[in-house]
Design a protein around this ligand. Structure first.
Ligand code: GAP
Length: 448
């Protein structure tokens, strides 16, 4: 079983292998901002795509949408964010560090033990000005959730999608929150990406749909390889419910700093559509042709963070193993989210091997995200691929020139199988789907 890894190891692996870098690093970095490198960007895309596939493409009751980050300021007044999206902030009178009041829980400064000010409410929305004049009338907010872009388009989607309720509208995109305290790497940042589904249902069926989505979302993480024992569900107490929520469950993950929220699944009732109808003057009710009723739908909202999911997948996949007396660091990522699916590695950079190795790479990269690497020793190249979670390495050796066969090395079992080049694509495709394949491997072994 994998070691319970500490966050420093994940941060250092991410830096070393081009997964995630501190933002603006050459200027000393910017607090809580991170950049995804060449490997990280593939991982993040895969997480988004796995979510989109499960939520939109594999269902006929959900459609996608992409709305703008800046919206009419009236949206945030109606949604309650201008008045209620606040955290109580206290400041240390000695070192002037600021804390969320609930973090210090009435005690003294966590940094220097100094006395704290009385709490004051701090709104978490970022403000900016639209157009060249910086005045009150031109204030716009960067959205703190993608959900409102969905609510204000409810009528547009219903009118154009030829769908009936229950109907979900899904969106992935950036959100911004001026969090008082950030930290734990990409766990809590001021700029992050949301994956949100607003699932509109008939009032009275909302509780059963909440149960349904809690189970669906919990199982999504398990299907993608997160260990069940590292996940748990926690229902919100009445006092901690967001201003819009009737009920809410958190899916929590056992992060290195302890159990923390990975995703929230809320029953938002009809709060948002009712508010937008009231403030915009537009009727946002739905006519149910089956029952000839008109009502304002209720909404179930599974809301996850792309970055926080990436972090959980990295932590859960991380392992340090002993192989023949040496330490091997490996990411046992599920093949569908692994950044690189297959690495093509000629045994050495040799003029006889290169043409065949390049030919194999050119064929494979049309079907899979593949990488070609011929620098350094083969052992070092295997170690790098293990550390970025590449499920398969294909090695081309001098025998390959004669017998037109190559070796596939499996990341998890370390088994090596020799297969004909002409069957390589088919075999890898089957393996990546987790299927057995019918070609008989010519030999198998377990090697480093
Ligand atoms: N629309 C509902 C909503 O935004 P939330 O519980 O505030 O609910 C949902 O956020 C998810 O978004 C969280 O479970 C987390 O994965 C992610 N998230 C929220 N704030 C974040 C932050 N500051 N940094 C990174 N991810 C964040």
């Amino acid at each position: 079983m994998p070691t319970k890894v500490d966050m420093d190891k994940i941060v250092s692996l991410c830096k070393r292998r081009g997964i995630i870098f501190p933002s603006s690093e050459i200027y000393g970095g910017l607090a809580s901002c991170w950049d995804y490198g060449p490997i990280g960007v593939e991982l993040k895309r895969n997480v988004r795509e796995a979510w989109w596939k499960a939520i939109v493409h594999e269902r006929d009751d959900v459609v996608g949408i992409e709305t703008s980050i800046m919206m009419h300021p009236g949206v945030w007044k109606a949604s309650g964010h201008v008045d209620s999206f606040v955290d109580p902030l206290v400041e240390c009178k000695s070192c002037h560090l600021r804390w969320r009041a609930d973090q210090v829980d009435g005690k003294s400064c966590l940094e220097c033990g100094g006395e704290l000010t009385e709490p004051r409410m701090f709104n978490l929305m970022f403000k900016t000005f639209m157009g060249p004049v910086e005045e009150e009338a031109s204030i716009v907010y960067l959205r703190p959730e993608t959900a409102q872009g969905i609510f204000v388009n409810f009528e547009n989607v219903i009118a154009t999608s030829r769908k009936r309720l229950p109907l979900g509208i899904a969106q992935i995109g950036k959100s911004f929150r001026n969090e008082i305290t950030t930290g734990n790497f990409i766990f809590r940042t001021r700029e992050f990406e949301h994956m949100e589904l607003e699932y509109f249902v008939k009032p009275g069926t909302d509780e059963q749909w909440l149960d349904y989505w809690v189970k669906e979302r919990f199982n999504w993480y398990i299907k993608l390889g997160i260990r069940k024992e590292n996940l748990r569900l926690r229902r919100h107490g009445k006092e901690e419910l967001a201003h819009y929520a009737k009920d809410c469950y958190d899916i929590e993950y056992l992060f290195p700093m302890g159990w923390s929220e990975l995703e929230g699944i809320a029953n938002r009732g009809n709060f948002d559509l009712t508010q937008h109808a009231k403030c915009s003057g537009k009727d946002l009710s739905y006519y149910d042709a089956e029952t000839s009723e008109r009502y304002v739908p209720y909404v179930i909202e599974p809301s996850a963070g792309v970055d926080r999911s990436v972090l959980a997948f990295l932590i859960d996949a991380y392992d340090e193993e002993q192989v023949e007396g040496e330490k091997r660091t490996v990411l046992h990522l599920h093949p569908s989210i692994a950044p690189i699916k297959v690495a093509v590695l000629p045994l050495s950079r040799n003029e006889k091997l290169t043409p065949l190795a390049k030919e194999v790479y050119k064929k494979l990269c049309q079907h899979f995200v593949a990488e070609y690497d011929d620098s350094q020793s083969i052992g070092r190249r295997y170690r790098r691929q293990d550390e970025i979670g590449t499920p398969f390495c294909v090695t081309i050796d001098f025998e390959s020139l004669e017998d037109k066969q190559v070796t596939i090395r499996e990341r998890d079992s370390l088994a090596q199988i020799r297969v004909p080049i002409e069957e390589l694509e088919k075999i890898l495709a089957a393996k990546l789907r987790g299927e057995a394949f019918d070609a008989t491997p010519l030999w198998t072994t377990r090697q480093k």
